[in-house]
Design a protein around this ligand. Sequence first.
Ligand SMILES: *Cc1c(COP(=O)(O)O)cnc(C)c1O
Length: 455
Amino acid sequence: MHKHDAATEVLTQAIVRYAVDRVRLDPPPLDGPRTLVELQAMAGRTITERGVGGLEALRVFGDVLAQACISSDHPRFLSFVPTAPTEAAILFDLVVGASSIYGGSWMEGGGAVFAENEALRYLSDLAGLPASAGGVFVTGGTAGNLSALIAARHRWRQRAGGKHDRTRGLIIVSKGAHSSVASAGRAMDVDIVSADADDQGRLKLDALQAMVAGLSQGDRERVFAVVATSGTTNAGVIDPLAGAADVAEELGVWFHVDAAYGGAGLAAPSVRARYNGIERADSLIIDPHKWLFAPYDCCALIYRDPLQARDAHTQHAEYLDVLHDGEDDWNPSDFAHHLTRRARGLPFWFSLATHGTAAYRDAVEQTLSVARAAAQLIDTAEHLELIMEPELSVLLFRRTGWGPAEYRAWSDKLLADGIGFIVPTAWAGEMVLRICVVNPLTTIDDIHLIIDSLL
Ligand SMILES: *Cc1c(COP(=O)(O)O)cnc(C)c1O
């Protein structure tokens, strides 16, 4: 099965054709979930002793399995945080797959790592981090937050010179922080305290300062990181980053900024000033698979001082130490909690190289203006109530007179009719609607269609 012959040639053509056709669908079919029992009946058994053959497996995928997956790049997929990869990025992902690149070390993957680092540099420069900043692409924001916080704890313990090697650490976050920070806290077995947020979910600086002032001496010594979010996933609001950086500085601890969703806004002049203070981050994450037009899975994890992170993460083993002979080699494995890795930053790099950064700036601005126009439409619609003006590209709103049952029924019907995918969220304990625009192909007409469906 490893030799290329007539049968693999036929299969190659079919697979490439399938991929290219899928990329070109405009829009792609929305599709929708199926139950396990339905899939068992429709797909049948595919893993057999002799194999079903590639063409048959591809048929089952296209006719059954792919259709049981919602297309998150559909312009009316507006739930959670959608994705909107460029054609260039998606197709280059095929090339990455075909190239068997080990993306963990410079020795094996130097060319790929070089290109990935160029893409990281673009993001690092947008944030205003120093030229010495650098990092690695990991699977997602969850992995990025965990790895950054591990590096933060490592530095805290190192600086304490052994005094805190067995002390349980403490992270300060805002109530609006993403669930993955709490997940990192559980994985690391550290404590997390959260400062109050304002009524839009933005970190309240005075609450943060009061909380820090109220810490016991023992707790204050346990703090190893302050985490701010730009912007929050549920409401798309940006914490006061400069103020949070001040608090981290006063405490002498690591400042981490979770910009998994909102980091793309750094490219947009109309909102860039809201991120001021981000340049003081010790670490920063941005998910290009969210709002920067890269396919899954791709999170940029950037450290102000990458050597600190390397110290925290490098794995040592007899068979690996040869990789560390080259003093100046950049080994991506050393900068996160992982070893073997796909060069997952390459599709993002390729698309950036292809289109140029101005196209990225314009595409992000495009989504922001659709979000602003949508807010106006919602604000003026009799049957809807805007909960807050969008700071980025998330909209929260109510359908007057509706409760959970109506929201759920509407959401199900919208998907079943192939119109769009929007699930309700919770806001201050109430079920409401939420739209997140990251796809430059989403138009104001799409929003009109959604608004009319809520009548
Ligand atoms: C999406 C998101 C995450 C988690 O990222 P994944 O890529 O889904 O792991 C973390 N933080 C914020 C603010 C996010 O929006």
